[in-house]
Design a protein around this ligand. Structure first.
Ligand code: HEM
Length: 552
């Protein structure tokens, strides 16, 4: 401290070492306090109402019990455009369907990216969910055709293998007569499907929960924001990059390297095989389009609205043709459109992360709702029986005939949307529908709130599949129902999810009755720190249907 005291002396200020220490201490804490509250004027400056943030952490603690209910509570209190702070980051919640149409579709070019997550490592950082700008556009344009209806047909065989195991396991539960956690069964089923279609790996997690693939995947899903280290980095995000290299994260590193090695091994095996012997799955589809000159433009990215289908058919992408020579899109550099091996690993990884919990939760919620609504279950079983009186087996084309099944799934996704909030970044101060959205904030699309909005749904708490007849859908604002998002950044895996969900339910309700029992939690306790899911699983009873003759 003496040098500082000496410097002060040169300026004619006499101070003791003790008083200089006190001053420095006060200065440090004043600066720290200023740092801790300095970002919290951004939302107010734009007229966006929000709860009072706490220094460093903003409103993080509001979400200790999850985001689902808290999101609705915020909107009810502060309006359809309101906000909060996560750490230092301002979040603008949007629950106005017209504004959402503007952000997600009409002015998409101003909001093409999701939330920036600092400290992201490979393979996650290479995945479609995280990619930004031109790199995202290139990868999405290559991937979209691999999810076309025609390509889905090739996945049916692989999905059926997992469905058979699921049905066999459910049969033993039906025979035991005991209640069981059907959510767990669906977790294993969707894990088997994704491992098979995205990693080219046959795992039987339904009967072998200690499979290394399953073990490593479960590490990712154990992630939580509410660890002390995560909270610290939210308060001091600029420290994340320099410290990330110093702080070991064994579990994450092990998981990443397991999946990277797994895909690299597969790619090598595939490249060594003659084309006719290669398994037809997403991994192979991605490898086939690695150096493709097939290109879809932005306006054809929207899988939810089938905008991709017409382009795929017209451009012959469904049957392996290349673009015509005169096509504008082929003038783009072929080199630019290739996917690197790292990017292929990134996409397989995200298919697992984005497709596992979302699909298994949807299956479990749908069974729960059907167990509580036997009249709807009976109607569904009648449709399924009628279907099998006409078809020997189910495939991608004929399952589209099951209109009531589709309505049941849509209504289940309304009541329990696994992805009930998703984001867009604001890169520049932008005015949308008269509202200033501040640079550096993230927009939160409030699907969870909109799905229960009494302005658009009568008796929103009730399970009524008939809300999804073509007439009812046409009479509603399309942006009040967003289970798979909307616009060019919408869920690329929607058709795969719908296919595996329909295949599983079709085979289950052909063979079994689903019943609520005394162990069934009504109402369900939900968890919503990441996806919306049942907190304590879903316990039900099943019995074999009398009129079904089992062939096995
Ligand atoms: C019921 C199951 C599913 C639901 C409810 C769901 C929902 C969503 C939602 C809401 C989004 C964000 C959309 C937006 O920002 O507008 C999304 C994105 C995405 N989903 Fe899904 N998803 C499901 C299954 C799947 C599956 C099975 C896969 C892959 C195999 C998948 C892959 C993706 C990917 C890669 C993205 C990011 C797309 C991009 O940024 O371009 N999803 N999903």
């Amino acid at each position: 401290m003496q040098p500082l005291v000496d410097i002060l002396k040169w300026f004619g200020v006499k101070a003791s070492g003790w008083s200089v220490s006190v001053c420095l201490f006060l200065l440090f804490f004043s600066l720290l306090y200023w740092y801790s509250i300095s970002p919290y004027s951004v939302l107010e400056r734009c007229g966006i109402k929000h709860p009072k943030p706490s220094p460093f952490f903003g409103n993080l603690m509001m979400f200790r019990d999850g985001f689902f209910k808290a999101q609705s509570d915020l909107i009810k209190k502060y309006g359809r455009i309101c906000g909060y702070y996560i750490g230092r980051r301002p979040i603008v919640i949007i629950a106005d369907p017209d504004m959402l149409r503007q952000v997600m579709v009409k002015e998409f070019n101003k909001f093409p990216n999701r939330m920036t997550v600092r400290g992201m490592t490979k393979p996650m950082s290479d995945s479609l969910i995280m990619l930004k700008g031109e790199q995202w556009k290139r990868v999405r344009s290559i991937l979209t055709p691999t999810f076309s209806a025609a390509k889905m047909k090739e996945m049916v065989l692989l999905i059926n293998m997992a469905t058979e195991t699921l049905v066999r396991n459910l049969k033993s539960h039906a025979e035991s007569g005991n209640s069981f956690n059907i959510h767990k069964c669906f977790g294993c089923f969707t894990m088997d499907v994704i491992a098979s279609v995205a990693f080219g790996t046959q795992v039987d997690s339904q009967n072998n929960p200690d499979d290394p693939f399953v073990n490593h995947a479960s590490k990712f899903f154990a992630f939580t924001f509410f660890k002390p280290i995560m909270i610290f980095f939210m308060a001091f995000p600029f420290l994340l990059k320099p410290l990330a290299g110093l702080l070991p994260n064994k579990s994450r590193d092990e998981m990443n390297s397991f999946f990277i090695k797994c895909i690299q091994k597969m790619i090598k095996q595939r490249d060594d095989l003659p084309p006719e012997q290669r398994r037809r799955d997403f991994l192979q589809l991605m490898l086939d389009v690695r150096a493709s000159n097939k290109y879809l433009s932005l306006e054809h990215f929207d899988v939810v609205n089938d905008a991709d289908e017409q382009a795929c058919t017209e451009q012959g992408m469904d049957n392996g043709q290349e673009n015509g020579p005169g096509n504008e899109s082929t003038k783009r550099s072929q080199q630019k459109r290739m996917m690197t091996e790292d990017e292929i690993v990134g996409q397989s990884f995200i298919f697992l992360l984005a497709g596992y919990e979302t699909s298994s939760n949807t299956l479990a919620f749908t069974c729960y709702l059907l167990a509580l609504h036997p009249e709807c279950q009976k109607k569904l079983q009648e449709e399924v029986d009628e279907f099998f009186s006409r078809h020997e087996t189910a495939d991608y084309t004929n399952v589209q005939e099951l209109k009531y099944l589709d309505m049941v799934i849509c209504e289940s996704l309304r009541l329990y949307p696994p992805a009930f909030r998703f984001a867009r970044d604001v890169d520049q101060d932008t005015v949308v529908n008269g509202q200033l959205l501040p640079k550096g904030s993230s927009l939160e699309i409030a699907a969870g709130f909109l799905h229960y909005d009494p302005e658009h749904w009568t008796e929103p708490e009730k399970f009524i599949p008939e809300r999804f007849t073509p007439e009812a859908k046409a009479s509603r604002h399309p942006f009040v129902y967003l289970p798979f998002g909307a616009g060019p950044r919408s869920c690329v895996g929607m058709r795969l999810a719908q296919l595996e969900i329909k295949m599983a339910l079709l085979h289950i309700f052909r063979r079994f009755n689903m019943m609520a029992c005394e162990d069934t939690e009504v109402p369900l306790e939900l968890k919503s720190h990441t996806t919306l899911g049942p907190k304590n699983g879903i316990l039900v009873n099943i019995t074999k249907r009398e009129n079904f003759e089992d062939e096995s």
